[in-house]
Each structure stands twice: as structure tokens, then as C-alpha cells.
Write a protein that binds this ligand. Structure first.
Ligand code: BDR
Ligand code: CA
Length: 308
């Protein structure tokens, strides 16, 4: 059993990652979910997290994190996720309780209380996680690794060079990457292979209620993805959870990776690929995913939740 905390900004793909993690309760012990301003404002993404958790009758503690990046202004992504940050489904009010308004303290206390090491999952800008390890560095020895969706060695999406999560808070990413904690990076190199086809999306429509929710999420997300040239839909954030569930569906290479924080290349993640380098390799960069295994992981998880 792996102990995890999911830090997220739901977000369609965040929601699917959360649902898949919840369905795998035999493998993952979700100690908490924390929110971060990213795809939309902190208030909106927290509402979305509440709606998802309530929809599956969860009891996982939910904590609110930072509303702004460390030094820059927040920029949100309504073009990808809509005005609510998770447009598509209709939810019937949000009653889900907030356990804490201080995600950093919540993460610290939860990690220190846990008997084993904890895996942090970062599905949004890395502000909360960076603050945790900067402000309370003794927590580092209790973190097994950090599995993030962010960056890309080969391309960007927010800009030609920068992926959205890293672009929003590059200073936070720099702290996380140079923290000495192992990082597994699901960047655009791999997440754009992790796509669900329209046929697969439509196949979810008339199954159970959670599959139907995933259909509604993906239906909107597929439509919004068209404006960026995607026919199928890459489920970026699910990669960071799928890696923990089954690392064998991925392959990758370890590099020293850092982040550009200023100028035109702000948010660019780059790897030291020199044959001889004195930089210690700090990040496992995922490069390939078995798409069929990845989509089966999602579809099976939704079927499990349909039965509850
Ligand atoms: C990342 O940005 C967000 O829009 C998604 O939720 C994902 O975390 C993809 O670049
Ligand atoms: Ca996200």
C-alpha cells in the first residue's frame, strides 16, 4: 500500500486522476487532497474538488492551499477547462467539508503522522509543495518521491517552450526540482501520448454514474482540445497517478532537469544531456507510455466506482 497526498487544481484531467486514485483503494492510501490556484482560482478549483469527492461519497480530507504563485500573478486556463475550471457536468451543490485552510500545515502534519514514507502527487502549479519543503525542510526525509505532471523536454503548451503548470509558478518548480527529493516528471513528452479517443469517450456514456461523469468531463475537454489541434484528448494529470499504480506502463530516463524562471523561455524545463556532467540526476523524465494499458487503468477504475 502506497501513502499519497494529491495536490491539484481540478481541472478535467485532475478529476480523472483523483477518481482513478480513489478507485484503487487496495493499492493507494490517499491521506489527503490539497488544492492550488491554477486552472482556475483557488475558490473554483476547491469547489470542483468538493464536487468530485462528494459525487463518489468520499471521506478523504480536503485542504485549501495557495491562491497565488510564489512571485508571479496567477494565470488561469478557461480556454481549456471553462469558466468553472471543470465545465461540462452539472453538480448538485457542494457540501463537502474543508478539513483545513492551510494545505502546507495539513501536508506537514499528515506526512509526519504517517508511519511510512509518503508520495506527493503534484497535478497543478507546484506552489504548495515548494512552500512545504522550503518552509519545513525536515519533511523531506519522509517523502518517498514527488510524482508531477508538468514540463516537457521537447515542447510547451502555454508557450512554445513552457508547459502550463510550470509556467504558472516556475520558481516553485525550481525549488521542487532542486530539493534533493526524487521527482518523477510526467511532462508533455509522455502525457500527449496518453490520450483517449472519441470512441473511448463515447463508450463511457451509457455505463454507470461515475463513467457517465467521466464522459461529461471528457466530452467538454475533447471539444476544448480541438482549438489546440487535438483530435483525441491527452489526460495529462492521470499519468502522475498511473505511474504510481503501475510504473511498468512507462519508460523514461533520469537527467538533471532545471527550470528557466525569466524571459521568453520562462517555464521551460531543460535537461542536462551532456555525456560528462557533474550535475546529479534529480528527475526521472517519463518518455513513453503504453496507451492501451493507460486507458484500461482509467476505464477499469471508473467501472469499480460505478459499482459503489
Ligand atoms: C496541465 O495543465 C492543466 O491545464 C492540466 O490540468 C494539466 O495539469 C497540462 O499542461
Ligand atoms: Ca492539473
Amino acid at each position: 500500500m502506497k501513502n499519497i497526498i494529491i495536490d491539484c487544481d481540478p481541472g478535467h484531467d485532475d478529476a480523472l486522476a483523483i477518481l482513478t486514485a480513489i478507485a484503487n483503494s487496495n493499492k493507494l492510501n490517499i491521506l489527503g487532497i490539497t488544492t492550488i490556484g491554477g486552472n482556475q482560482t483557488l475558490e473554483k478549483v476547491t469547489t470542483n474538488a468538493k464536487n468530485i469527492l462528494e459525487f463518489v461519497n468520499s471521506t478523504i480530507p480536503l485542504a485549501m492551499g495557495q491562491s497565488e504563485p510564489l512571485t508571479k500573478d496567477l494565470c488561469v486556463a478557461p480556454e481549456a477547462h471553462g469558466e468553472s475550471g471543470m465545465d461540462g457536468p452539472y453538480f448538485n451543490g457542494e457540501k463537502y467539508p474543508i478539513t483545513s485552510n492551510n494545505a502546507i500545515l495539513f501536508m506537514y502534519e499528515t506526512i509526519m503522522k504517517c508511519n511510512d514514507k509518503v508520495i506527493l502527487v503534484g497535478l497543478g502549479p507546484l506552489t504548495n509543495i515548494a512552500l512545504l519543503i522550503k518552509v519545513i525542510p525536515d519533511v523531506r526525509s519522509k517523502i518517498e518521491y514527488i510524482s508531477i505532471m508538468g514540463g516537457g523536454l521537447d515542447r510547451g503548451n502555454k508557450t512554445p517552450l513552457a508547459e502550463f503548470n510550470i509556467y504558472v509558478d516556475p520558481e516553485a518548480a525550481q525549488i521542487v526540482f532542486n530539493s534533493g527529493i526524487p521527482v518523477v516528471m510526467s511532462g508533455l513528452d509522455v502525457t500527449e501520448q496518453a490520450e483517449i479517443t472519441i470512441e473511448e469517450i463515447n463508450s463511457l456514456k451509457n455505463k454507470g454514474r461515475v463513467s457517465h461523469l467521466a464522459y461529461e468531463l471528457l466530452h467538454f475537454y475533447n471539444k476544448s482540445g480541438r482549438q489546440f489541434g487535438f483530435i483525441n484528448s491527452p489526460i495529462h494529470d492521470l499519468c502522475a497517478v498511473a505511474y504510481i499504480l503501475n510504473p511498468k506502463m512507462f519508460s523514461g530516463t533520469s537527467y538533471y532537469v532545471d527550470v528557466v524562471t525569466e524571459g521568453k523561455a520562462r517555464g521551460l524545463t531543460f535537461a542536462d544531456k551532456r555525456l560528462v556532467s557533474n550535475q546529479a540526476k534529480n528527475i526521472l523524465v517519463l518518455e513513453k507510455v503504453n496507451r492501451e494499458m493507460f486507458i484500461s487503468e482509467l476505464i477499469n477504475a471508473l467501472e469499480v466506482l460505478d459499482k459503489i
